[in-house]
Design a protein around this ligand. Structure first.
Ligand SMILES: [Zn+2]
Ligand SMILES: [Zn+2]
Length: 324
């Protein structure tokens, strides 16, 4: 659509554009292709025996959506926190967001920033194309129909207003059609960007927001339980390595059960974290999402690899955390 649209739009619009508009158009046209290429051809965060230890150290388990000691049946590897096995990519993906049909690849830890850049640049391109096309159409239509304006149509009569429009569209079908296409698709792209940024604001991935909504249903049914996790608890570092860059630790374990009864120790599964009796939890607002550190930090964590939240890596309390 982009290639076809640009092929139709640019030759028609070019003679009407000043040098600044031409420069902006070139930048706006090129950027989505660059970000599309980077989104498609970067490693989204494939978890392999080689990269497993690295991805295990990136995010701590929240003991709500992600519990330590769970294996991926297919990859035969411990599932790192925030990861998900993708059946299309046939691999586990670190900080999996979703499998995107547009880039035919998963969006994950390795390419989330390129995916956001792709959405933003495409949103800007479609807006700019729509705006530019409309202003050119407006200019030529006004020459033919003096006193006409795109909005409001007042003083011209609806009939004549539409006649002027159809004249403008027919005068240059390529320009008219692509302008309309850009103006109509632009809100969709902005909506997709807004939806993605809303997840960033909430500190979740698309995958996690689905898990949270399932959890909310289990809570409403009385099937979800919680208990506090003490600081300095005993921790099995073989299944739960320390994630020294993450500034907060889980404070409560949350789990939904199949039968609505408090969770029991399961054979062959590591014990659930936390101390004391399990309490029913009814509302999502009563549990913490420890991956949400505020919009700015959530966004920076996407764009800066191994972001240490304002601390230098050397300053991180590796030793004290390990002694916990
Ligand atoms: Zn897997
Ligand atoms: Zn995938």
């Amino acid at each position: 659509m982009l290639v076809g649209g640009e092929y139709m739009f640019l030759p028609s619009a070019w003679p009407y554009m000043g040098w600044f508009a031409k420069l902006m158009a070139l930048i706006a046209v090129v950027l989505p292709y660059i970000f599309l290429y980077l989104s498609c051809y970067s490693d989204p965060g494939y978890i392999t025996p080689e990269t497993h230890a690295y991805y295990m150290s990136l995010y701590p388990y929240d003991h709500a959506l992600f519990h330590p000691g769970r294996y991926c049946e297919t990859c035969k590897l411990l599932k790192p926190a925030r990861s998900k096995h993708c059946s299309i990519c046939k691999r586990c993906i670190a900080k999996a967001d979703h499998h995107c049909v547009f880039i035919n690849l998963c969006v994950g830890y390795g390419n989330h920033h390129w995916f956001l850049s792709l959405l933003l640049s495409t949103a800007v391109l479609t807006s700019y194309g729509g705006f530019l096309g409309l202003s050119i159409l407006f200019g030529v239509t006004k020459e033919r129909f003096p006193g006409w304006s795109i909005w409001p149509p007042a003083g011209y009569g609806l009939n004549k207003y539409l006649i002027a429009w159809s004249w403008a569209m027919q005068r240059d079908i390529n320009l008219g059609a692509t302008t309309l296409l850009a103006a109509l698709t632009s809100p969709l792209v902005w909506a997709l960007l807004a939806y993605t940024l809303y997840h960033v604001y909430c500190g979740t991935t698309t995958n996690e927001s689905l898990k949270w909504s399932e959890m909310a249903e289990d809570m409403a049914d009385g099937y979800a339980f919680t208990r506090p996790i003490k600081r300095g608890r005993h921790r099995d570092f073989r299944i739960e390595p320390s994630c020294s860059r993450w500034p907060v630790e889980p404070e409560m374990a949350v789990i939904a059960t199949e039968d609505g009864e408090p969770p029991l120790v399961q054979q062959g599964m590591p014990p659930l974290a936390g101390d004391g009796d399990w309490q029913r939890v009814w509302k999502l607002k009563n549990v913490e999402n420890m991956y949400d550190l505020g919009f700015k930090d959530n966004l920076t964590d996407i764009f800066v690899r191994e972001y240490a939240f304002g601390k230098l890596r050397e300053e991180l309390p590796f030793k004290s955390r390990r002694l916990d």
